[in-house]
Design a protein around this ligand. Sequence first.
Ligand code: SF4
Length: 390
Amino acid sequence: MTSLGIYVHIPFCLSKCAYCDFYSKCGTKGEYNKYTEALCYHIESSDMRSSGYEVDSIYFGGGTPTAIGARNLIKILGSIYRSFIISDTCEITLEANPNSVDLTMLRKLHRAGFNRISFGMQSASAAELQILGRTHTFEDVKNAVTAARKAKFDNISLDLMFALPNQTIGDFLDSLDAAIELSPEHISCYILKLEEGTPLAKSLDAASLPSEDNQADMYLAAVTRLSDEGYEQYEISNFAKEGFRSHHNMKYWTLGDYLGFGPSAHSLMDKKRFSYIRDTEKYIAALEEDGDVTEKSEDISTAERCAEYLMLGLRTCDGISADILENNYLVSFDKIEKVLLRYHESGHTDFDGLKWRLTPEGFLISNHIISEVLDALEASKHILDLLSKE
Ligand code: SF4
């Protein structure tokens, strides 16, 4: 059977964070229930039990999935179980805000099948959490992790942000140490991106942000600290204890098939990419009318898949290989290798004899390197063209 990931988008939050431009809004109990009904209908009407796919990863993201309550989340998971073949080892993740869960809720969720939980911690500093407009404290994070362990979650992830206004390297490392102290299996560290139009972008004095050099120092210090504590870096922003890489993330980065549900959710299946209507009310209305909620759909050519292989592979510590490029995509690696060799001299890339990958210093300028690699791909010859000239 072909493995498949499922992503479920819950477009609700209990309040809106100052830096966030994701598609989510605050809702009422009635809206949560109505949305759940619509989503379950959508999932069950795409019944894929005899499609040859087996689901090995389910991810509830948002928004704040826990905002809609355990009852609704369990209902949605039930619809997935009824409509797909689920692998015995399927990783079922739930994103949660630390102050949106308690022990009773977590026990119910774990009993229903959720086996991984990802908490948005962001920082251990009360002042930084306030700037970000987060409504929880670090105490809430500690309580949430303790409750999740009691509820038997043995796979917990914490999200952190850095390069926050007025943040020093020491401040960030204090937050990172506080996260490590809680012994999560997985930690993500994201740089704060100021999204245009958000309250934070409007109110912030740009001079309060750490300089690029300081941001780079924070990142490299985090990579070292996490590595010393046994967290393997497996992607630019993601670190995991052995065996705890996120299945959902890996699905994206290795071009695996995944199917999304909910407004704005994206899917990649059978070399086709499609996304659903971004507006919750319109998404529900379309389901009630004719069931067609597709907003965009495009076939992905082999050339696009090849570019994605390079782009996504260079984001991960697994990297890219000449063999895959030449055997699967029939493209010569020579010009790409020249770019990677040049960056090898400056310590930005690494080669183990089989695969090329970016070093932590390379990740800091990954956009730059990837763009040069893609230019080299454009200029590269198709293997069949080369053979015909020999
Ligand atoms: S909880 Fe997450 S999705 Fe919701 S507003 Fe905050 S950052 Fe955005």
